[in-house]
Each structure stands twice: as C-alpha cells, then as structure tokens.
Design a protein around this ligand. Structure first.
Ligand SMILES: C[S@@+](CC[C@H](N)C(=O)[O-])C[C@H]1O[C@@H](n2cnc3c(N)ncnc32)[C@H](O)[C@@H]1O
Length: 226
C-alpha cells in the first residue's frame, strides 16, 4: 500500500470550516457537547487521572483540549494545521483559559516537550488520520511523552466498514483513498488494540459504538512501565 499521505492538507479543511462559521473540525457545538458528555462518562470510570499534565496529539481548533483545561488539567495541544492552532489560541483566549497550542507534526515532535512528562495523552481522532508505518511513530510519540504509568486515551474510527457506505473505502488497505492517497484508516478493533499493546501500553478498557457505516472505539490504556 502507498502510505504517503498529505497530513498538512488538513489546513485547507480548517480554512473552509472557519470561513463557513463552524466551531472546529466537528463543525457544530452539539457534536462537541456529545463528545464531552462521553468523556464525562468515561472519566467517571476511574481509570484516567483527574488533573495533571495533558497532551492532545492532533488538537485541531482546541475544542476538546480547552474542555480539559477547564476541568483542571495543564494543557498542551499540537496540530499540523496553522489555521487550527491560531483558532485554538483565539478560542482559549476568549474562554479565559490557559493552554498551550503548538504547531507541529506529531510524527516529528522533537524538543517541544520533555519526555516522560505527561499524565494524560489524548488521541482525539488523530490516529485514524495516520497511515501505515507512521502509526507506529505516532504511538511511540504518545509513549515517549507519557510519564511512567501515564494514561493514554485513544478515540478513533474503526472497521468493519459497511460495503459502499464510506466514499473511497478500499477494503484491501482498510483506508479511504482520495486522489490516490490514503486518508483515513479503519482497522479492526483487534488490530488497533494490538497496535496499542505493541507500542508499550496496557489496555484497561475498550468501548465501541457503531453507526450505519463504521465503528468508533475508545481505548483507555496505561503506559506499561519499563
Ligand atoms: C479529525 S481531526 C480532530 C481534531 C480535534 N482533535 C478535534 O477533536 O476537534 C484530526 C486532526 O489531526 C491533525 N493531524 C493529522 N495529521 C497530523 C500530524 N501528522 N501531525 C499533527 N496533527 C495532525 C489534523 O490537522 C486535525 O486537526
């Protein structure tokens, strides 16, 4: 499978969302309210820390990161889209929230944060944008920044994909293909869980919801101390 993809292309999508008056990648306040309600339920299960250093890989316009900052965490968000990072900074400022938003490729994050410094690492829908061997690099990044025993929450799309329901879906690679490039990965829940275990995390809990076309899974994991 051709694994090169255009991660930086997300910026065009953010420019369009801003121009159209949307609130972030998920476009509507209701969509984020639903995700926040899901987070409250999940955090209530008691696996995740309630405070500490928080890092969102692929933070977009900061919607979820800012929610964590409002709930007691010291927040850093990283994203490859300049438009998204400027938007996140503006949103934090108007909400009166202290949070750090940095422009960067999560596959090449060197020197921006101290290793082993984060209590809670979040993949808020970024991992399904990461294709092929880059997925190992993404998970190594999460592992590298997590404190020993630190918490990792993966919120990601997964298969199986209903035939004909997702534009450009290629069952051989489990990816959507747009203009010849893979753009989203829909591995099976078992495959995704195995990737996380292989990257040095112990899985604590998995929940999967399905819509008409595919699944979405929340994996709560803890960095396995070396
Ligand atoms: C589906 S959006 C989710 C954004 C945000 N977490 C949210 O929930 O609103 C995925 C995000 O991952 C970012 N992203 C994709 N590949 C990236 C990379 N290699 N490095 C940093 N960010 C990346 C995109 O720019 C986009 O903001």
């Amino acid at each position: 499978m051709k694994t090169k993809t255009n991660y930086a292309g997300h910026d065009t999508a953010y420019k369009r969302r801003r121009a159209e008056g949307k609130v972030g990648w998920d476009e509507t306040p209701q969509a984020y309210a639903e995700r926040e309600a899901g987070l409250i339920k999940l955090l209530g299960q008691g696996y995740a820390p309630c405070s500490g250093m928080f890092l969102e890989l692929g933070c977009g316009a900061g919607n979820i990161s800012i929610w964590f900052a409002q709930h007691g965490f010291e927040v850093t968000g990283v994203d490859i889209s300049e438009t998204a990072i400027l938007w996140a900074r503006e949103r934090a400022q108007s909400a009166g929230v202290k949070a750090q938003f940095m422009l960067g490729n999560v596959l090449e994050l060197n020197g921006v944060l101290s290793d082993a410094s984060i209590d809670f690492v979040l993949d808020g829908h970024c991992l399904h944008c990461i294709i092929g061997e880059d997925r190992k690099t993404f998970l190594q990044t999460a592992w590298r920044f997590a404190k020993s025993g630190g918490f990792f929450l993966v919120d990601t799309m997964c298969g199986p994909v209903e035939s004909g329901s997702v534009d450009g879906y290629d069952p051989a690679s489990c990816c959507t293909m747009i203009q010849g490039l893979p753009t989203r990965y829909f591995g099976s829940p078992d495959q995704i869980q195995k990737e996380i275990c292989d990257a040095g995390f112990d899985v604590l809990d998995v929940s999967i919801e399905r819509n008409k076309s595919h699944g979405n899974m929340m994996i709560q994991a803890r960095m396995r101390p070396t």
